[in-house]
Ligand binder design. Structure first.
Ligand code: GDD
Ligand code: MN
Length: 407
């Protein structure tokens, strides 16, 4: 086995156990350790390593290392990478035999790293290697984390169709619902291209699931200051993406696990509970107003009043309970009145959206009207939560790097 090659037995933990990155035990001449996770990237790994070394030699001569972490790819990516080690002594190759998974592969690489700054870049050339020339200066300015972003200035994706863009945005949206304090910190929290200072994560148990290590780092790390660098996510030239349905489920699992482990039930769950109480108020009042055995009022009027009272009910609980961490910072009757007006308008639009979706799903798509209503309500709850969290109970401070990320 070539020198600098490790196997997974050097790092015996299973991926279900949290992984910790050690602090530096002695001064190091390595400033940057860049990990490249690979699975079946034999066709691009050589070109990537050559390009990376050419660029890094210019800005960090003799002061960086590259670490390829391969999960025993059937196309022998690890072997192909190992063959480059003679030419590039700054290259390490780690081959894991019994573990799979992008995020844990990167952490394994970081565990073996010697650098002060730890980084990750995909192995399939979809992250343009020359972007290191922009990422490194950003770190040098002193920030804890620099993220390559598809959504920052001069960033983008190559030729994604609408479906792919929607899936990507949808994933980001779900993240915003479940972990607003994490996802609002950067424009591209799902990026797999970033550099982070070792001291921002050293000693912290990390348990990412699936692909999205940056979310884990933002949520658990001591990341106070962040910079972003726009880049264009390239089309894949060789091989194929390893994203599967399982990757999407792991993503959801990861977000939910983080939500719970950050120690809050989460404003979204509270918001949903309040929503249920509102439904109860709405139903009861509708029955009282409209039923012929009670007041026997007109259905539309009964529904309107019932909904409005339910909205007021929901507002009060949300203001006093769901978003109490925000309302504490914005006391006074005038502030509350403003929140009430915004909440009311958003919910009324939500009601309209609910009806439109109901009609669309049941009449156009032929879904049973009760199921269609349930789906419509589900979607509108997200709509209501998202807009209200953004507009009605917005934390007044700008997206700030000085705050802790755990909200
Ligand atoms: N070691 C290892 N083990 N590497 C893996 C595994 C694994 O189980 N799964 C994927 N990789 C490697 C791939 O070989 C590639 O180098 C990189 O991780 C990204 O995987 P892709 O399958 O190519 O992902 P993508 O093209 O859909 O990109 C998405 O994920 C990237 C990584 O987080 C996008 O969201 C990108 O923005 C993001 O950078
Ligand atoms: Mn890729």
């Amino acid at each position: 086995m070539p020198q600098g090659t490790l196997t997974s037995s050097d790092h015996p933990q299973a991926s279900t156990v949290p992984i910790q990155i050690p602090p530096l035990s002695q001064p190091t001449s390595v400033q940057l350790s860049l990990v490249v996770p690979t699975y079946n990237e034999a066709s691009s790994i050589c070109s990537l390593i050559r390009q990376l070394c050419a660029h890094l030699d210019k800005i960090l001569p003799g002061a960086y290392e590259l670490i390829v972490v391969d999960d025993n790819s059937p196309d022998y990516t690890a072997k192909v990478a190992q063959e480059l080690q003679e030419e590039f002594p700054q290259l390490q190759v780690i081959c894991r035999d019994h573990e799979r998974g992008l995020a844990t592969a990167v952490l394994r690489g970081w565990q073996a790293a010697r650098g002060e700054v730890l980084g990750v870049m995909d192995g399939d050339l979809q992250h343009p290697p020359e972007i290191v020339l922009k990422l490194w200066p950003a770190i040098q300015e002193g920030v804890d984390l620099v993220v390559g972003s598809r959504y920052a200035e001069s960033g983008g994706v190559s030729h994604w169709n609408l479906g792919r863009r929607l899936v990507s945005r949808g994933a980001q949206w779900i993240g915003l619902m479940l972990l607003p304090g994490v996802f609002r910190r950067v424009s591209d929290p799902l990026s797999g291209l970033f550099l982070v200072r070792r001291q921002a994560i050293a000693g912290i148990p990390l348990s990412p699931k699936g692909y999205k290590l940056l979310v884990e780092v933002l949520a658990r790390g001591r990341v106070r200051t962040i910079a972003e660098v726009g880049y264009i996510f390239q089309e894949r030239q060789n091989g194929e993406s390893k994203i599967q349905l399982q990757t999407c489920l792991q993503y959801l699992h990861h977000l939910i696990a983080l939500r719970f482990s950050l120690g809050q039930v989460g404003s979204f769950l509270r918001f949903s509970v309040v929503g249920l109480s509102g439904t109860f108020v709405d139903m009861t009042l509708l029955y009282l107003f409209h039923d012929p055995n009670n007041l026997g009022w007109d259905l539309a009027i009964s529904k309107l009043i019932a909904s409005e009272v339910a909205i007021l009910n929901n507002f009060l609980w949300n203001d006093l309970w769901t978003f109490r961490h925000v309302t504490r910072l914005q006391p006074g009757l005038w502030n509350r009145l403003q929140r009430l007006v915004k909440f009311n308008v958003i919910c009324l639009i939500g009601l309209l959206l609910n009806s439109l979706l109901l009609i669309l799903l049941s009449e156009r798509l032929g879904i049973h009207y009760l199921l269609a209503n349930l789906i419509a309500i589900g979607i509108v709850v997200f709509w209501n939560f998202y807009l209200n969290a953004k507009l009605s109970w917005r934390v007044a401070a700008p997206r700030s790097d000085a705050h802790g990320s755990q909200s």
